[in-house]
Design a protein around this ligand. Structure first.
Ligand SMILES: [Zn+2]
Length: 149
């Protein structure tokens, strides 16, 4: 766990403390829009774009379980379809107070399309009081993405 607020981590050098606080807050709050009657595990996500826009999303489940979409991909699709393809950071908050939630494999590959390998990924517990910080490249090493072919 890292205390992001006072972190001097190089991954966060492009973010102001206000942006970081907002990003965390919006990821935590995005869980309120989750539709998760089956897993009952709410996830919220927020992407900070280079235009300084905060684009949030939550997981949306379906009676046909395979049709569910994660919070990260919800936010990613909202960002891209709003013309926001250049991202500074992403934050994720799951519904556990004692653990931070990380993106699933499908979401990591999906995010790879738009993320630089040094983009910070901030994984939060449910209220944002705990965080794990990684570069996107650490979460998806040797990845296949744009420019790989
Ligand atoms: Zn996912």
């Amino acid at each position: 766990m890292v205390n992001l607020k006072y972190s001097t981590n190089y991954l966060l050098h492009d973010l102001s403390s206000q942006q970081l606080d907002q990003l965390k807050k919006k990821a935590v709050e995005a869980k309120n829009h989750s539709y998760s009657p089956y897993s009952k595990f709410r996830v919220g996500c927020c992407i900070l774009t280079k235009d300084n826009l905060f684009v949030d999303g939550a997981n949306v489940e379906n009676a046909s379980y395979g049709g569910a979409i994660c919070a990260e991909r919800t936010a990613a699709v909202k960002a891209v379809t709003s013309g926001q393809k250049d991202w500074l950071a992403i934050a994720i908050s799951g519904d556990r107070i004692d653990d931070c939630t990380s993106p699933c494999g499908i979401c990591r590959q999906f995010i790879r399309e738009f993320a630089s390998l040094d983009m910070p990924v901030i994984m939060l517990n449910s209220d944002g009081s705990q965080a794990v910080l990684k570069s996107f490249g650490d979460l998806l090493p040797m990845s296949f993405g744009p420019g790989s072919f």
